[in-house]
Write a protein that binds this ligand. Structure first.
Ligand code: NAP
Length: 426
C-alpha cells in the first residue's frame, strides 16, 4: 500500500515483531501484526523510544500512539526490567498524588490465584477515546478469569488472546457494576454518576476502564453485586438460547451444566422464550436448578442425558465435555446443538477441538451442530435488562467476597462449589 512501510517493534510480552506503520506527518495509528489482548492491550516499544498501546480487540488491532498504558508496561524500563510504581514515581516525580492511586488485585505471572494474585496499590487507569472510567462497586467471577489468570489452555497464548510468557495486563476481572467516574472523547449516552453494568478490563480493582459499547444502565431492581453477576454469563446464555439454539415456544431444551454461571441464566432465558427445560447438574445443585424454573432436572451422577429415550429440539452444552456422538443421541433428527464450553484440564487445547469439529460435522448430518463465541455488547445487555426488570431472569448468587479475598473467590468457583455465580464486592 502506498505511504506505508514495515517497522520492527519490540513487544515486551511477545519479543520482536513486525508492524505496518501508516506514515503521515505525525503517525496516529499502526496496525499490529497480531491480535490484541482482550484484556486491554499491550505496549509496543518503538525503536525510536515512542510507545503505543493496542486498543483494538482480536483480528487486526489498531494501535494508537500515546494511548494509556497498563501499569506493568508503564513500569517497564527500556532494558525490560519491571520496576515498582513507587520507584518509577521517584524517578519521574509523577504519580504521587493520592487521588490517582487505587487498590487492585494484581498478578505479574501466570498461575493459580493464591500463588500469583495479591492486593496492591497501583495507579488508577486512564481512559482514551470511546472509553469510560468506572468506580467499581462489584465484579463478577467467571471461568474466563481463570483462563486469563493461568494462560491456559496454551491455545489462548498462541492465538494472541493473552501474553505468551506473562499476562499482558496486571488486573483481571471482566464482569462489572459501578458508577461512571469519567468519560472519554466520543462517548455519548453515558455521564459521570450513571450506575452501569457490563464488561470492563481489570474489574478486580477500585477503578476499571470499559469501552462505552459494552456498558448499559444497571437494572433498576438489582443491587450492584447482583448486576455484576450478569454480563458475561447472561450474554452467553441469551445468545445460546436466542441465536445458537433459535429456541421457539414449546420446544424441548436440554441444558447440560444448568447449575453454573452460564447455565443458571440459560435455564431462565429458555423458560422466558417459552421452552420446556430439562437441566443437568450434580445432586447438590438439583434444588437450585429446579428453583430457577427447570421442568425436569437430571443428576448426572445417576442419569444419562439420552437414557430415557427423550429427544430434545435444542441441547446447550455447558459442562461435562461429552462427545459429539453422545450429545447427538439426545437430539431430535433435526435438532440444534450449541457447544458453549467445558473444562477438560487439557493444557494445550482445553477441549476446544470438539467445538471446532462440531460445525465441520454439521455439514454432513441433518442436525445443526454449532459452537458459540459470545459477543459482549450493550444492546444485548439491554435485552437482559428487560428480562431482569420483568422478573423473568434473576441472577443466582452463591457467595460474595471482599476484594481482598478475590483469590478465594476464584478458588471456590474453580473447585466446583459455586451454585450459580460468585461475586467480589469492591
Ligand atoms: N463460548 C463462550 O462464549 C463462553 C462464554 C462463557 C463461558 N464459556 C465456557 O463455558 C463453560 C461453563 O462456564 P460457566 O461459567 O457456566 O462455568 P461454571 O460456573 O463453573 O459451571 C460449570 C457447570 O458445568 C457443570 N458440570 C460439571 N461437570 C459436569 C458433568 N459431568 N455433566 C454435566 N454438567 C457438568 C457444573 O455442574 P455441577 O457444578 O452441578 O457439577 C456446572 O453447572 C466454561 O468452560 C467456560 O469457559 C464459554
Amino acid at each position: 500500500m502506498a505511504g506505508t512501510r514495515f517497522a520492527t517493534v519490540w513487544d515486551p510480552d511477545e519479543g520482536w515483531m513486525t508492524a505496518t506503520w501508516f506514515q503521515g506527518p505525525a503517525p496516529d495509528f499502526i496496525a499490529a501484526s497480531r491480535p490484541a489482548s482482550r484484556a486491554g492491550g499491550s505496549i509496543l516499544h518503538f525503536l525510536g523510544g515512542q510507545t503505543a498501546d493496542v486498543v483494538g480487540e482480536r483480528a487486526v488491532a489498531q494501535t494508537k500512539i500515546g494511548a494509556p498504558q497498563n501499569d506493568r508496561h508503564r513500569n517497564q524500563r527500556r532494558d525490560g526490567r519491571v520496576i515498582s510504581t513507587e520507584e518509577r514515581n521517584r524517578a519521574t516525580g509523577h504519580g504521587t498524588a493520592e487521588a490517582v492511586a487505587m487498590k487492585a488485585i494484581v498478578q505479574d505471572s501466570y498461575g493459580e490465584a493464591e500463588d500469583v494474585m495479591r492486593l496492591a496499590e497501583i495507579d488508577r487507569p486512564e481512559i482514551g477515546e470511546g472509553e469510560v472510567l468506572l468506580r467499581v462497586r462489584a465484579a463478577g467471577v467467571d471461568r474466563g478469569v481463570w483462563h486469563l489468570m493461568t494462560g491456559l489452555p496454551y491455545l489462548l497464548r498462541v492465538i494472541g488472546y493473552c501474553g505468551v510468557r506473562a499476562p499482558r495486563t496486571r488486573v483481571r476481572g471482566s464482569d462489572v457494576a459501578g458508577r461512571v467516574e469519567a468519560v472519554g472523547a466520543d462517548v455519548t449516552g453515558l455521564r459521570p454518576g450513571d450506575e452501569v453494568y457490563g464488561v470492563a478490563d481489570g474489574a478486580f480493582a477500585e477503578y476499571a476502564v470499559a469501552t462505552a459499547d459494552k456498558l448499559a444502565p444497571k437494572p433498576r431492581n438489582l443491587s450492584a453485586e447482583q448486576a455484576a453477576a450478569v454480563p458475561i454469563s447472561g450474554l452467553t446464555a441469551l445468545q445460546a438460547v436466542r441465536d445458537g439454539g433459535q429456541v421457539q415456544p414449546g420446544q424441548k431444551v436440554l441444558i447440560i451444566g444448568a447449575s453454573g454461571g452460564v447455565g443458571t441464566f440459560a435455564v431462565q432465558v429458555a423458560r422466558a422464550y417459552g421452552a420446556h427445560v430439562t437441566g443437568v447438574c450434580s445432586r447438590a445443585k438439583v434444588d437450585l436448578v429446579r428453583s430457577l424454573g427447570a421442568d425436569n432436572v437430571i443428576d448426572y451422577a445417576v442419569g444419562d442425558i439420552a437414557d430415557d429415550g427423550q429427544r430434545y429440539d435444542v441441547v446447550l452444552d455447558i459442562g461435562g465435555h461429552r462427545s459429539l456422538t453422545h450429545l447427538r443421541r439426545a437430539l431430535t433428527a433435526t435438532g440444534r446443538l450449541v457447544i458453549i464450553g467445558s473444562e477438560t484440564g487439557g493444557r494445550w487445547l482445553g477441549g476446544f477441538d470438539r467445538s471446532l469439529r462440531a460445525p465441520l460435522l454439521s455439514r454432513f448430518v441433518r442436525q445443526t451442530l454449532t459452537m458459540l463465541a459470545n459477543s459482549e455488547n450493550a444492546s444485548d445487555l439491554m435485552v437482559l435488562t428487560d428480562l431482569i426488570e420483568s422478573d423473568e431472569v434473576t441472577p443466582a448468587i452463591d457467595r460474595i467476597y471482599p476484594l481482598s479475598e478475590t483469590p478465594a473467590a476464584i478458588r471456590y468457583l474453580i473447585d466446583g462449589h459455586a451454585q450459580g455465580k460468585v461475586v467480589v464486592t469492591v
